[in-house]
Structure formats: structure tokens, C-alpha cells
Ligand binder design. Sequence first.
Ligand code: CTP
Ligand code: MG
Length: 229
Amino acid sequence: MNSPKYFAVVPAAGVGKRMQADRPKQYLPLQNQTVIECTLTRLLQADVFTTIAVAISAEDPYWPELDISKHAKILTAAGGKERADSVLSALKSLENQVQADDWVLVHDAARPCITSGDMHKLIETLKNDATGGILALPSHDTLKQVNGDNIQSTLDRRTVWRALTPQMFRYGVLKQALQQTQGNLAITDEASALELTGLPAKIVEGRPDNIKITQPEDLLLAQFYLEQQ
Ligand code: CTP
Ligand code: MG
């Protein structure tokens, strides 16, 4: 048997509503390029992926203007209504070059501070696993279960982690889980699709600087982290 290959899927078809900018956040400037160029450059530099499939909205005028959209290792796929639809579409675009046991690392376009170190840690930890898992962060704050603004109880911090990306799963397993759960709005990451199908996924502790650009202040924070790295 050949050893499994590694593919990346980058959902980049969101509109960035919470960012309140004049364009989707993946096209805002960061370190003399755009956010998505930072992210894709880092994935290319990890030097593990056979192909990187990027899900892009049909109405996106920015992507075709970027040189990186024509990179030999980058494949453009159609975006979907929800993030999970975009991921499924990108997975399907890889169909003719991937085997069920190959690995797919799904990584948000909006996380430009991902390091090669974290990608390789995820791969090394999970490469012999049957299913896969995700980068995640333990919570430093005390966590409250609430109802409206009323505190109900305190959660055991050791049992709650924050899900990041990349999320790494076997191609066949992930595609089937996303197909089975299609249309379910509770699926906000790949691991939640796996959870609903009852398959176990692992957590691997990631770096806290792997932030997702969500609100305006996050862009400055990303700039700071990139300078520090
Ligand atoms: N995404 C996608 N397809 C969608 C929705 C989101 O590919 N239909 C992508 C985004 O482009 C982003 C990633 O999924 O890279 C994480 O989503 P999020 O941070 O929620 O981005 P947006 O949906 O663009 O932002 P917002 O929720 O504020 O509108
Ligand atoms: Mg969103």
C-alpha cells in the first residue's frame, strides 16, 4: 500500500459580515499582501500538500486577480451557502486525485498565522489514526454555563477546548460525514460533522496565536503575531 498523501482544503467563500469591511475579510491587507495570500503561502511553505483546494464564491471578483490563484498546486472550487457546503464542494473537486485513506487538512482562509510547526505537529500526532482530529486550545478563563444573562453553573475547564483549524481527517470519512449532515446548521466545523456520525476525533494542542480574523481588531492582532513569529 502507498503511504497516504496530504491535501489541504481552504474554505474562503464567506462574506465576513462581522468584520464590517468593504470586502470579504480574506481580501483585507496584511503584511503587504492579503489575508488569504498569507494563509496560502504558509500552507505552501509547509511543503506537505499535493494540492490545496480553495472554495471561492461565484461572485468573488478579487480571487482571479491574485497571482496565487494560478499556482500549480492550487485548485479553485465553488463555494457554498454555509462553510460546510464550501468544504464539501472543495473535497469533491479533489475526487479524481485522492484516495479514501488520504488525509485532508481543512484550514480557514481567515487564519493567516498558522505555523508549519503546528501543521507538522498535527500530522505527526495523527498520522496513524483511523479518523483524525483537530488543533485546539485549552481554556484559561473560568467558564460559565448561562441562561440569558443568568449564570447556571461553572463548567469543568479541563473538559472544554476551543476548536481551531487545521482539522485533519481521512478524505473518505470526512466526505461521508459532511454528506450525511448536509443542511444541518449546527455543523460549524468538520469535527462537529464527525461527532454527529459517532466517529471519534482527537484534539491536539495548538498555538494560541493561530487566531481567526473575525472582528476589526483581529487584523492588528494578526499583524502583531506575524511580526513576533
Ligand atoms: N466560509 C466559506 N463558505 C461560507 C462561509 C464561510 O468558505 N459559506 C469560510 C470563510 O471564508 C472563512 C471560514 O469559512 O475563511 C470561517 O468562517 P467565518 O470566520 O465565519 O467567515 P465568514 O463567514 O466570512 O464571516 P462572518 O461569519 O462574520 O460573515
Ligand atoms: Mg461565518
